[in-house]
Design a protein around this ligand. Structure first.
Ligand code: C2E
Ligand code: CA
Ligand code: CA
Ligand code: CA
Length: 279
């Protein structure tokens, strides 16, 4: 780059224009995908740490793209949030997830639960709680069969509104889980102030819980606080048996990760449940 920075500026500007163009085209592609209902829920089992039984599934968004195959959230959630399409996208996902799960409950004669990720924008929307309740009930689930996962970044912007919405949601019988716990700046502070029922220990701590004394200490401390506050704890991103063993030993309630199962489409859930019941 030249000393006067002229080239740097041009590079920067071209980069910015390029990114802006990409954002606009991605946005219209997502809008079309929503219209064509190409977005679908995948489900990842959450396993009871002690009994190994499964009653909960996290809903994870996938895009059945007409030419590029099945795409993960990294390809579209960020743009959907920034362009304001996340509400419509999330609506389709929740509708579909509730419909599939209520069908499954009927077939296997069990009361199953979904956990569903909400983004910051949704938790600032007036009437969102009522809207979510309507979608869930219209598609055959009860509010107490749905847990909403929120992250610290979701709540950072606007705590008073968010608090009110979370309280409304809980009033309807939904539960709230604080996701990616431990990765933010003031996780413990949020625990004290927000109406939540549980937390999910972030994958970054789980990764080395079996070989790193510091990470093990952090995980134990989180579990101790949670126990004191009577919060349910899920650990995510479990890939190895040693990690599961550690978390079980430390008193974690529920486990989730590739060790147990990868996220799968709704059609595979019944088969999965019968398989795991026989094990
Ligand atoms: P998250 O909520 O932390 O979800 C967990 C992510 O970890 C998922 O990635 C899941 O597939 C992955 N995962 C599960 N077990 C393991 C494991 O053992 N090892 C590893 N390496 N990864 C594992 P995915 O599906 O790509 O989702 C990424 C993120 O996208 C989610 O992170 C969540 O923040 C966001 N997301 C997904 N679906 C939705 C949605 O419907 N709405 C919103 N607002 N965000 C969503
Ligand atoms: Ca989550
Ligand atoms: Ca998470
Ligand atoms: Ca995460």
């Amino acid at each position: 780059a030249k000393a006067d920075g002229g080239d740097d500026f041009r590079y920067y500007r071209e980069g910015a224009e390029e990114r802006a163009r990409e954002f606009v085209s991605k946005t219209s592609e997502i809008r079309a995908g929503i219209r064509r209902r190409e977005f679908a829920p995948y489900f990842q089992p959450i396993v009871d740490a002690v009994t190994g039984s499964v009653e909960k599934f996290e809903v994870l968004a996938r895009w059945k793209h007409p030419t590029r195959g099945v795409l993960g959230p990294a390809e579209f959630i960020g743009v959907a949030e920034r362009s304001g399409l996340i509400g419509d996208l999330s609506h389709i996902l929740l509708e579909e997830a509730a419909r599939e799960m209520s069908g499954l409950c009927d077939r296997v004669q069990r009361r199953l639960v979904i956990t569903f990720n909400l983004s910051a924008r949704q938790l600032r929307q007036e009437m969102i709680a009522n809207h979510l309740l309507q979608v869930v009930i219209d598609n055959g689930l009860a509010a107490n069969q749905v847990v909403f996962e929120i992250t610290e970044s979701t709540i950072m912007d606007d705590p008073p509104t968010t608090r009110r919405i979370l309280e409304e949601l809980r009033g309807y019988g939904f539960r709230i889980l604080l996701d990616d716990f431990g990765t933010g700046y003031s996780s413990l502070n949020y625990l004290r102030r927000l109406p939540v029922d549980g937390l999910k220990i972030d994958r970054s701590f789980v990764a080395r819980v079996a070989d790193d004394v510091t990470d093990a200490a952090i995980v134990k401390a989180i579990l101790a606080v949670a126990r004191e506050l009577r919060l349910r704890v899920v650990a995510e991103g479990i890939e190895e048996e040693q990690q599961a063993e550690c978390l079980r030993r430390y008193g974690c309630d529920q486990l989730q990760g590739f060790l147990f199962a990868k996220p799968m489409p709704g059609e595979e859930l019944e088969h999965y449940l019968t398989e795991t019941a026989e094990r």
